[in-house]
Write a new protein. Structure first.
Length: 173
C-alpha cells in the first residue's frame, strides 16, 4: 500500500494484533507498479508480524512510505552481489487493489550488514506460509508476543537493525 498511516514521529501506525519485530535504518528502496509509477527513496524499514514497511527519511516527499503485506508477497529473494549492497527483492500484490497492478520491489541495505534483518524477514514469511497465510504460526507468534525474540535472534554486530523489546501503542483511527 502506498503511503500507509504514520505516527507523528514518522513510524508506521501499529494495528491491533500486530507486533513490531525490528527496525532497520540505512535502506534505499525502489517500487515499480505494473501499469503505474516508479517510487524510490532512502530511509528505514520496519518489520512487523504481518508486513514490511519502508519509510522515507524525508517526509516532505509526496511518497512517504510503502507497506508490503507479507501474505501477498511472492518471489522474494535475498541477494548478495559481489559489487554493491545486499538487497531483498520480490513482488507483492496490491492491498484491496488500490494500485493498478502488482508491485516489484528492491530494498538495499546501504549501512552495514544485513545478517540480522534478512534472515528474520525470510523466517517471518516462511512462518506465515506454514500457517497458510492466516498469520504467523503459533510458535513464532508466541516468541514475538512474549518478548523472547531478541533472545533467540542472531544479531550481526555489523547490522544496525534494532529489535523491538517494547511495543509501540496501537493507532486508533
Amino acid at each position: 500500500m502506498l503511503n500507509p498511516p504514520l505516527t507523528i514521529s514518522g513510524d508506521p501506525c501499529r494495528v491491533e494484533g500486530e507486533f513490531f519485530v525490528m527496525k532497520r535504518k540505512g535502506v534505499e528502496f525502489e517500487f515499480i507498479v505494473d501499469k503505474g509509477n516508479k517510487y524510490t527513496g532512502k530511509g528505514f524499514a520496519v518489520l512487523t508480524t504481518c508486513r514490511l514497511v519502508v519509510i522515507q527519511k524525508d517526509l516532505t516527499n509526496p511518497f512517504k512510505a510503502f507497506d508490503i503485506p507479507l501474505a501477498f508477497l511472492r518471489k522474494e529473494e535475498f541477494k548478495q552481489p559481489i559489487f554493491g549492497s545486499n538487497c531483498i527483492t520480490g513482488i507483492v500484490s496490491p492491498l484491496f487493489n488500490i494500485l493498478p497492478g502488482d508491485i516489484s520491489f528492491k530494498i538495499w541495505f546501504t549501512l552495514g550488514g544485513s545478517g540480522t534483518f534478512a534472515p528474520a524477514f525470510l523466517n517471518m514469511v516462511n512462518s506465515l506460509r506454514r500457517n497458510q497465510n492466516k498469520g504467523l504460526d503459533s510458535k513464532t507468534m508466541n516468541i514475538i508476543a512474549s518478548g523472547q525474540f531478541s533472545k533467540i535472534a542472531y544479531v550481526d554486530p555489523n547490522d544496525p537493525t534494532v529489535l523491538f523489546l517494547e511495543q509501540p501503542s496501537v493507532c486508533n483511527f
